[in-house]
Design a protein around this ligand. Sequence first.
Ligand code: ZN
Ligand code: ZN
Length: 361
Amino acid sequence: MLHYPEQFDGIGIVDQADWTNPKRVVYKPRPFGAQDIDIKIECCGVCGSDIHTAAGNWGDLPKPVVVGHEIIGTVVRKGAGCTSDDIKVGDRVGVGAQCFSCLKCHRCQNNNESYCAKCVTTYGQFFDDGYCSKGGYASHIRVQEHFVIPIPENIPSEYAGPLLCGGNTVFSPLLRNNVGPGKKVGILGIGGIGHMGLIFAKALGAEVYAISRSSAKKEDAFKLGADHFIATKEEPDWAEKYYDTLDLVVVCAGSLKDVDFEHLPHIMQVGGRIVSISVPEQSEQIVLKPFGLLGVSIENSHLGSIEEIKQLLKLVSEKNLRIWIEKYPINEANIHTIFERMLKGDVRYRFVLTDYEKEFN
Ligand SMILES: [Zn+2]
Ligand SMILES: [Zn+2]
């Protein structure tokens, strides 16, 4: 039986020591505000951040920990203070990795709300009132209107979900570096996010280089849109071979420990940028030699803006792009299986939890 609207039903971590076995939980949402929207969830992608958060890699959180931030569902309630005419009760919408920001500061006003000092991520972060946000492995989610995004009709829900966090996280650096025809773009790390990076960079018209340690994903990479494949562990001379080639590399590896920052700058053109979207364990550090970075910059990007998500959805809709997904009906056992497979890297390339109606109604 559904507990909405007083409470939400979800599947969350209740015991940190047993985090790979989430359990059915019932919890109170934040009080409904005038600018809030309630969404009845239909499906949700599984992001690497879900695993880090569930495992406690980014710190201990109050239980239950309910993750999931590639959410698609239907609007069931709209606050009296909502201003957008694009979103009505009954509409299919999505929510990505961010659910709140101040909307007033310089950053928010300039499409950088993911860099707002008041940014609250969709799960595992605290609002000013002390409530810890809870995500999409649940019957419903309550979100500030600004972070609710209409989904174009021709993108099926399961294919739309992963665009909202993973997809936009790789798309934002592509947009911000003007990726298009004539640009040479490397996608380093061909996993859940990297596979989307290949698809989008190609769709934007760039010449695309997939960069991986081994050639295990070479065939997939070409199917996804790569024009070139660099296997750094199998081609000892890769840094010389591709010297002075790339305008941009987006580092999509889950951790930076194995990224070769010694040689990577060699393959960049002067003015080239290495943008990492990785959010590794809190203790991780990278070591850089300043002279290795002559003419090349390196930065870390965080999510992307709502405007960028809208542009991504437009691109995917117009070009009829399809990411590669594997679906699992949501329930305790399947989330356990997914967590175990994610830990082994056994995913090609994005899991999506489906059949919410069956589990929660
Ligand atoms: Zn994510
Ligand atoms: Zn702000």
